[in-house]
Ligand binder design. Structure first.
Ligand code: HEC
Length: 257
């Protein structure tokens, strides 16, 4: 191999290795999230409906003041065990723009077929109300962030005083688990932030666990169906394997002796 070719090969290998070294370096800064027990993880997992309902109460009473959930529909609350009448009542608490009989803009109460009501008319209004920071839409938040529900839980319980020497920006808060540690959202939860409808004691951890369960459901409402289907497919394949094996033995039985 001549020198020129050798140099080219070297450059190619170098280029291939470079990203690997970079990602190894950034992995060192990665914040490790404490793992929680989630009812919905594992192949047989399903949503803890009571927890998800408490989480919805938190979303409704706390988070929805700032965060939208634009892709979610009220009717999806059936999946966490709300009755049709309850869903209708929840949706009807909000008003949506419509056109009146006189052809003029008017308002109508929400229905189960509506998307969740957004707290702000647009992102600019949301930033203006939040010191320039945009509260991200919560519909797919659990899927969009590495760590999913563990990240949401960690973030909500990860507020603390900034360590000595760390200077916080204006309106910023210190959070152990937020990338860069400075977050524009003040701690939204604390002990007894809500009074749970089902009488559960509302500790910070309980609230964080419940709202993370609810947000995980909103991000993946089809999870239970998907897992059930996966299981049925596996059972079918297992049965098919047995049948195929029996048929094979039958067909080859003459050949073997
Ligand atoms: C007073 C307004 C307000 C309330 C109430 C609020 N948030 Fe936020 N939230 C924000 C803002 C603003 C940001 C963006 C912060 C930033 O980017 O620095 C944010 C960011 C977040 C993030 C971080 C997303 C990311 O980028 O990784 C999560 C998770 C979150 N909020 C969850 C919640 C939950 C759950 C609740 C309800 C318990 C809630 N928030 C209540 C304003 C709010």
């Amino acid at each position: 191999m001549n020198i020129k070719r050798f140099a080219i090969l070297g450059a190619v290998f170098g280029a291939l290795l470079l990203p690997a070294t970079f990602s190894a370096a950034s992995a060192e800064e990665e914040i490790s999230l404490p793992k929680q027990d989630w009812s919905f993880s594992g192949p047989f997992g399903s949503y803890d409906k009571a927890s998800a309902q408490r989480g919805f109460q938190i979303y409704k009473e706390v988070c929805s003041a700032c965060h939208s959930m634009k892709l979610g529909y009220y009717r999806e609350l059936a999946g966490i065990g709300l009755s049709e009448a309850q869903i209708k009542a929840v949706a009807a608490e909000q008003t949506f723009p419509t056109i009146g009989d006189d052809g003029q803009p008017a308002e109508r109460p929400g229905t189960p077929a509506d998307h969740f009501h957004s707290p702000f008319p647009n992102d600019k209004a949301a930033r203006a109300a939040n010191n320039g920071a945009l509260p991200p839409d919560q519909t797919l938040l659990t899927n969009a962030r590495e760590g999913g529900a563990d990240y949401i839980y960690a973030l909500l319980t990860g507020y603390e005083d900034a360590p000595a020497g760390v200077k916080l920006g204006d309106g910023m808060n210190y959070n152990k688990y937020f990338p860069g540690h400075q977050i524009g959202m003040a701690a939204p939860l604390s002990d007894d932030r809500v009074e749970y409808a089902d009488g559960t004691k509302a500790t910070l951890k309980q609230e964080a666990h419940d709202v993370a369960t609810f947000l995980a459901y909103m991000s993946n409402p089809e999870l239970e169906t998907r897992k059930r289907l996966g299981l049925r497919i596996l059972m079918f394949l297992a049965a098919l394997t047995c049948v195929t094996y029996a048929v094979k033995r039958q067909i080859w039985s003459d050949v073997h002796h």
